[in-house]
Write a protein that binds this ligand. Structure first.
Ligand code: ATP
Length: 346
């Protein structure tokens, strides 16, 4: 069993900066865990602590039932895939993949079997004699993954492995990584700032902000029920609409509740209609901008003038701005007044 457990893990850098402020995460054996959050939130620091590349100020990291705080990286039975691939330019693809195994004194026959098997899985079989300089970005990333696979580690650690690839290749490789992980069933921790990558790869998603965990769970559950306004605006693109329930029109529709709260409505939960649904929220908008992206159209609207005087609370959209997703076949005109309604408010 190779579950990974982080218990109240903290990291203060030598300059005193506290990059990780007490994190608890449990990754079950065979699960794919994604750490996601904005730049500087501490996700790489956390991953490097699991890898043993960064010391742990306090707390415990447990891999497969063993506390590894004092264990050297090479003895943690993990393999890491980096953003910059970290390949040896003067070595062939075969030797790049074999390098770590040779260092461990493995027999050449076993090395050959493992490298050829990994090359077959990654479709690199015809490229084993090439040097990294003779490969495309995607192929280099596959070699970097091959080097991790041949080790047959208990845990894979990925640090933004797809960030250097163009958009199309990134999507293709994202699918490949997921297929590969399902096939090998190796516990994995994956760091990214890309919320779409996080949503599509994760069994368990950890949303981080400012050195702390904001929410942990199944990605769709987090999308449906974000625990904080940070999560609500970070997960989902374009972001969830966050409005103060104190806005006059919204308050009266919600039955006059006086509690100052924040109402979240996803762009896709609005429809353009003149009707006000029972238990829902309807808004009058002036269309400020539209984005037609093919299958869907995003409408950026401003709320009616009398609602804009409500002060924005932290995490909320600027007063008046609402994003609505409608089918790509539709597009209102700029300046047009529309009425939208949503039943599924959060
Ligand atoms: P990115 O997506 O930009 O890589 P990240 O979430 O991975 O961001 P980290 O690299 O983990 O963030 O850094 C977390 C915080 O710790 C940042 O504010 C960073 O400036 C700080 N930090 C990182 N390394 C050190 C260091 N050696 N000394 C002091 N502070 C550091």
């Amino acid at each position: 069993m190779a579950n990974v457990t982080l218990r109240d893990v903290r990291k203060a850098y030598p300059n005193g900066f506290e990059a990780i402020k007490g994190v608890d995460v449990d990754v079950a054996d065979g699960q794919f865990c994604v750490l996601v959050g904005p730049s500087g939130c501490g996700k790489s620091t956390l991953l490097r602590m699991v890898a043993g590349l960064e010391t742990i100020t306090s707390g415990e990291i447990d891999i497969g039932g063993r506390v590894v705080n004092q264990v050297e990286p090479a003895d943690r039975d993990i393999a890491m895939v980096f953003q910059n691939y970290a390949l040896y330019p003067h070595m062939s693809v075969f030797n790049n993949m074999a390098y770590g195994l040779r260092n461990r004194g493995m027999k050449e026959a076993e090395i050959k079997t493992r490298v050829e098997e990994a090359a077959r899985i990654l479709e690199l079989g015809t490229m084993l004699t090439r040097k990294p300089g003779q490969l495309s970005g995607g192929q280099r990333q596959r070699v970097a993954m091959g080097r991790a696979i041949v080790r047959q580690p208990k845990v894979f650690l990925f640090d933004e492995p797809l960030s250097n690839l163009d958009a199309k290749l990134r999507i293709a490789m994202r699918v490949e990584i997921r297929k590969l992980q399902r096939r090998l069933n190796t516990t994995s921790i994956y760091v990214t700032h890309d919320q779409l990558e996080a949503m599509t790869l994760a069994d368990v998603l950890v949303v981080m902000n400012g050195g702390q965990v904001e929410q942990v769970g199944n990605p769709l559950a987090i999308y449906e029920k974000p625990a904080t306004t940070f999560v609500a605006s970070f997960i989902g693109a374009p972001p969830m609409n966050l409005m103060s329930t104190r806005a006059d029109e919204i308050r009266s529709q919600l039955g006059g509740a006086d509690d100052a709260g924040i109402l979240g409505i996803r762009p896709e939960d609005f429809v353009i209609t003149d009707q006000t649904p029972t238990g829902g929220v309807a808004l009058a908008l002036t269309v400020e901008a539209i984005e037609r992206v093919g299958a869907e159209t995003f409408v950026y609207g401003s709320r009616a003038h009398d609602e804009q005087r409500v002060a924005a609370t932290p995490g909320e959209l600027p007063p008046g701005e609402v994003i609505v997703r409608i089918p790509g076949t539709e597009a209102p005109a700029i300046g047009q007044r529309i009425r939208v309604a949503a039943v599924r408010a959060k």
